[in-house]
Design a protein around this ligand. Structure first.
Ligand code: ADP
Ligand code: MG
Length: 339
């Protein structure tokens, strides 16, 4: 009998992986923003054209890459963030799979300029559908500047499947908001077709929330905090009367990673004890810090669910934290917004 199994070439493997990692322009924005944060950027600029169909550009002032790393970064399963399987249980970075750049490169035209601060020259790499088209030394600022052009140029079905610009832009803004809320000490800006959507200076979380959602939030936030040996909860919740019908201003972050969690949402709502107007959802930005060995984040790259080993404890602590904060309601300390 003749054997028939063959290993797929990298370019095809990458394209298949891209189908999962890169669902729409917003997925690219998420992955690149997370890379900038992991690279310890202090300031990150996002420039979008045509809702990301034509251009997604992310410029950071982070660590940058050497020439060899710049090339390696587009290989599948190539990462600087973990080395051993034990590292999977102590992940503190946003990335660790080493799949994002390889996947994006499989379905777009990329230009990357990157330089480490201690090096005089940086590297320019052009790559298109996984093929490296050019690589040269150039002068550029320290940090990384990535241009993603013509997303899905070689996957017409995916390109045609994209929704209207306003829907795609809504997804991009959602991803941007999540990363910007989780990292208030980093400055972020977002432009769409030359129009400024956000320009957020570095500062405290309370300031970031107000800059992002509007000045009316100044009087609406209550600080929230609860600590146990198992988990720490901190952040801000909105006062009951500021609750809205729409359910898009609720943010949980576990070790700085945005997650959705209906069970914990239920804990928060429960803590308001009937003070919420009928059918409305309270505003919250809540951070859950927990030893990474107690959670499983090794789930699908685009999914935002998470598993805790003791979910009931997290529920109880969350409820206690929010209950206390709701109770503070009339004597909330004045917030310091000028940092
Ligand atoms: P992961 O983030 O899971 O490691 P990626 O494909 O997103 O995988 O990135 C691969 C590697 O490229 C990263 O581990 C990192 O070393 C490097 N890298 C990517 N983006 C940046 C950036 N903006 N600044 C510095 N290094 C980066
Ligand atoms: Mg990454």
């Amino acid at each position: 009998m003749q054997n028939v199994i063959q290993l797929l070439p990298d370019s095809i493997a990458n394209q298949i992986a891209a189908g999962e990692v890169v669902q729409r322009p917003a997925s690219v924005v998420k992955e690149l923003l997370e890379n900038s944060v992991d690279a310890k950027a202090k300031s990150v600029q996002v420039i979008i054209r045509e809702a990301g169909r034509n251009l997604i550009q992310i410029v950071d002032d982070g660590l940058g890459m050497t020439e060899t790393d710049a090339r390696m970064s587009f290989e599948r399963h190539a990462t600087s963030k973990i080395r051993t399987s034990d590292d999977l249980f102590r992940i503190r970075t946003m990335g660790f799979r080493g799949e994002a750049l390889a996947s994006i490169a499989a379905v777009a035209q990329i230009e990357m300029r990157t330089r480490r601060a201690e090096e005089e020259l940086g590297t320019l790499i052009r790559i298109e559908g996984s093929d490296i088209k050019a690589q040269e030394s150039i002068s550029c600022l320290p940090g990384t500047n990535l241009l993603i052009k013509n997303l899905f140029f070689n996957v017409p079905a995916r390109r045609n499947f994209l929704k209207s610009n306003s829907v795609e832009m809504r997804h991009i803004i959602d991803e941007f908001q999540r990363v910007a809320l989780a990292n208030p000490e980093v400055a972020f800006s977002l432009f769409h077709n030359d129009q400024e959507i956000y320009n957020l200076p570095a500062g405290k979380l309370s300031r970031r929330i107000v800059d992002m959602f509007g000045k009316s939030y100044r009087e609406q936030l209550n600080f929230c905090e609860e600590q146990t040996p198992y988990v720490t909860v901190h952040g801000y919740i909105g006062k009951p009367e500021s609750a809205k019908k729409a359910r898009n201003e609720q943010f949980f972050f576990v070790n700085n990673r945005f997650i959705r969690h209906n069970y914990l949402h239920h804990a928060v709502v429960g803590a308001y004890e009937g003070t919420l107007p009928e059918g409305s959802h309270p505003f919250y930005v809540l951070f859950i810090d927990i030893d990474p060995s107690h959670i499983d984040i090794n789930i699908h790259p685009t999914k935002t669910e998470i598993k805790f080993d003791d979910e009931r404890s997290v529920y109880a602590i969350m409820m206690a934290a929010v209950r206390k904060a709701v109770g503070l309601y009339n004597l909330s300390p004045s917030l310091d917004f000028d940092s």
